[in-house]
Structures are given as C-alpha cells and as structure tokens.
Design a protein around this ligand. Structure first.
Ligand code: S5P
Length: 278
C-alpha cells in the first residue's frame, strides 16, 4: 500500500507526466493543499491565485464561471503557475460520449487541454469517456481524475458505482492518475492479473474540506484536513470558501486569504507527516 510512502517515492509508481509533476510538486513545496478558486471576476481570480500560490501544490479552476474571460487569462494563469510552482487542474467534470468530450476538451473558447495539466470526468458514460479524453490529453502529457465519490449530501456515486470507477481507472492507468473521492480506494477488490507490474498508486484529491464549517446551504458537506488525510488516507485537500470566504472585489482581504492558506497548508502537511509516521 502507498498509504505510508512519501509523495516523492510514489512518483516512481506513475508513468503519467502530470501525476509525476503533482507528486514532485507536493514534495518540493511540502504542501498537499489545493485551492479551488471559484470566483467570477478575472481580477479576483488572479489576485487570489497570486496570494495563495506560495502555499499550494495545485490550483483548481472552474474557468467557465469567469464573466470577463479572455484568452489572456490563460497566459496570466500560466505565468502564475511558473512563478509559484503549482499544477493546474480545470474541474470540468466531463460526462458525455467520447467524441463530444474530446471536442469539449480540445476546442471551444477555453481549449482546456492546451493549459490544464489535470482535468476530471464522471465515469457515468463508461470507459469511452476516458478513451475520448485520452485521445486529446495523452499526447500532451495530461492526466485525468475520475469522480469516484462526491462530497454532497445524497450523492449517487456510492457502492458499486464507486467500485466500477476504480476498475475503469485500472484499465486505463496511463491516463487516469487518480480520483476525486472522500477516501482511499485500495479496498476495491482486485485480481492479480489486473496489476501486471504488481504496483497500483492512485492519487486521491478530496474536496469538501473546511476547518470551521460543516456544510453550506446547498448540500456541500465538510470535513477537516486531519479527517481527510490521516483517517481516510486521501492525498490532497481541496479548499475553496474555507480560504477566501465570500470575499470578492473590495471585500477581498488578501492578508486574511494568505493566513488561511498557510493554516490549511500546515494542517494538511502535519496530518500527512502523522500518517507516514514521521
Ligand atoms: O464531490 C465534489 C467534487 C468537487 S470537484 N465536491 C466538490 O465540492 N467539488 C468541487 O470542490 C466544487 O465544484 C468546488 O469547486 C470545490 C469545493 O469548494 P468549497 O468552497 O465548498 O470548498
């Protein structure tokens, strides 16, 4: 089990460049914190990224919520990614037939595959969602996360749906680097033949993380970094409003955002150190 291995050691268990980049970035920056920047104004979006950049391994985007999007936003995001050394994850949640998701991933206004190291997909269409996205992403060295579970109350992604997501991922390990999930996935039954080299390492990124709140008014459910990393063996905490609150525009207090980011980074990293026993 990779449960007690360091992030850096686990990079050797991956052939996908985006997986290796993420694990090495976590190790280099001593941060398993990802910030989800769900803000609708480009100026707020870029400001928060610049402020939290030093504390994160990854920035998660919903690029389609920007009201004033122009292609220049992507150039600025790339510069910030180089400046602060973080991985970029567009949380697109693809969920259509292979041909359609390949077009949505490569084309349109956002051209996600051209700039996002990692993206994600719902397993609901079956394996063709993976092969469709892989036809675009693999040649570019991109990686995919499958949504095996969700953080929301009443989620249908449970039980055999979750287990089948893991089996789909195992059949496409060159492109599927891990899961959006609430716990590690090693418990899902495997036959030795499905693991030809005897090694399986999936990276678990976990949203629904807050130190103060237990949920919101729209079904979100939160757990603490310690619960997520130490008790449930997840690898990366994804935090949104826990770090920037509702603050936008004049209400955006960058000093406060930096303090929160530092606090979540410390909580997440200490929980990981406890887990690996150091
Ligand atoms: O199960 C999920 C999967 C995702 S990707 N639950 C989630 O909340 N997310 C995303 O994580 C969601 O789209 C949002 O961007 C972020 C959580 O934001 P927060 O403000 O609630 O921390």
């Amino acid at each position: 089990s990779s449960h007690r291995k360091s992030y850096g050691q686990r990079a050797a268990d991956h052939s996908n460049p985006a997986a290796q980049l993420l694990l090495h970035t976590i190790e280099r920056k001593k941060s398993n914190l990802a910030v989800s920047v769900d803000l609708t104004k480009t100026s707020d979006f870029l400001k928060v990224i610049d402020v939290v950049g030093p504390y994160v391994c990854l920035i998660k985007t919903h690029i389609d919520i920007l009201e004033d999007f122009t292609p220049d936003v992507i150039e600025r995001l790339k510069l910030l990614s180089a400046k602060h050394d973080f991985v970029v994850f567009e949380d697109r949640k693809f969920a259509d037939i292979g041909n359609t998701v390949a077009l949505q991933y490569s084309s349109g206004v956002h051209k996600i595959a051209s700039w996002s190291h990692i993206t994600n997909a719902h397993p609901v269409p079956g394996p063709s969602v993976i092969t469709g996205l892989a036809s675009v992403g693999l040649p570019l060295g991109r990686g995919l996360l499958l949504l095996a579970q969700m953080s929301t109350e009443g989620s249908l992604a449970t039980g055999s749906y979750t287990d089948d997501a893991v089996r789909m991922a195992r059949a496409h390990r060159e492109f599927v680097i891990g899961f959006i999930a609430q716990r590690r996935m090693d418990h899902v039954g495997t036959s030795p033949s499905s693991l030809p080299d005897g090694v399986e390492d999936f990276i678990i990124l976990t949203p629904g993380v807050s130190l103060e709140m237990s949920g919101d008014s729209m079904g979100q459910q939160y757990r603490t970094p310690e619960k997520v990393i130490l008790e449930n063996g997840c690898d990366v905490i994804i935090v949104g409003r826990g770090i920037y609150g509702k603050g936008t525009g004049d209400a955006l207090d960058v000093g406060c955002v930096a303090l929160q980011a530092e606090k979540y980074r410390t909580e997440g990293w200490n929980a990981y150190l406890k887990r690996i026993g150091s």
